[in-house]
Write a protein that binds this ligand. Structure first.
Ligand SMILES: [Ca+2]
Ligand SMILES: [Ca+2]
Length: 245
């Protein structure tokens, strides 16, 4: 017993050093209570057949039938974590969790610094149709279209594949954005996959954290795909503030 206690103390000491620069890790949700209380679930697809389920202690966002890739809402199923709304500590930091695309065509990941008045956000995604990870800026009222992809990884080097479970780390600190991801059964890499500066959305622009599933119509249409059944799983979501309060 004594030894176990000693080991546990050593572990927490290591964790304390790792987090010394920022705040303490905040559990967003592990869904082990079997419900999605605290999440506002919204189906932005035209098809309107999306469901949000907590099954086997994880969160599943899926459409109940294939939907055409011409759907103007690109099959978007959006779950907003309500506790982050209007809380400045969530504007800078790392959102971390498990993601998996369960069907070909599904894109899944995290949206951060969401603003629900102007409908703006940064997004960090794994896309089965691009076959890799990317970061975008979302601005619903942008005349050139709501989505601007601002960084994309090389699918040869950093593949994102259907049925594979990854850990995704999406980070925002001021105007620096990074994305790190790796298959859960592999060792964590030392390097991030994507890193860039973007000045479009300030930390003051929004604080909302969300998980989303949708599809990317452009690569799908180039592949001759006409419809997608969106289906993604997320779990073990947490947030590490970039700065102490
Ligand atoms: Ca869980
Ligand atoms: Ca719950």
């Amino acid at each position: 017993m004594k030894r176990k206690w000693f080991v546990a103390l050593g572990m927490s000491f290591v964790a304390a050093i790792a987090l010394a620069a920022g705040g303490s890790t905040i559990l967003i949700d592990d869904f082990d209570d079997g419900n999605s209380d605290g999440w506002e679930e919204r189906d932005f697809s035209e098809a309107q057949n999306g469901v949000f389920e907590v099954s086997s202690g994880a969160y599943v966002l899926r459409t109940t039938a294939p939907i055409p890739i011409t759907d103007l809402g690109v099959g978007t199923l959006d779950a907003d974590w309500e506790a982050s709304e209007g809380e400045p500590r969530y504007a800078n930091g790392t959102m971390r969790g498990i993601i998996r695309a369960n069907t070909d065509g599904t894109t899944v990941g995290f949206s951060m610094r969401e603003n629900h008045e102007f409908e703006t956000a940064y997004g960090f995604w794994g896309s089965t149709s691009f076959g890799t990870f990317y970061i975008d800026r979302f601005d619903l009222f942008d005349p050139d279209g709501p989505q601007t992809i601002i960084a994309m990884a090389d699918p040869e080097e950093f593949p994102f594949e259907v049925g594979v479970t990854y850990i995704l780390e999406a980070s925002l600190d001021g105007h620096k954005l990074t994305l790190k991801a790796w298959p859960i059964d592999e060792e964590e890499p030392s390097q991030v996959i994507l890193s860039l500066h973007d000045r479009e959305f300030d930390p003051e622009s929004g604080t909302g954290l969300a998980v989303l599933a949708f599809f990317d119509p452009l690569p799908l249409s180039m592949q001759g795909v006409t419809e997608v059944e969106v289906n993604a799983t997320v779990d073990d979501l947490e947030f590490i503030p970039a700065h102490k309060d």
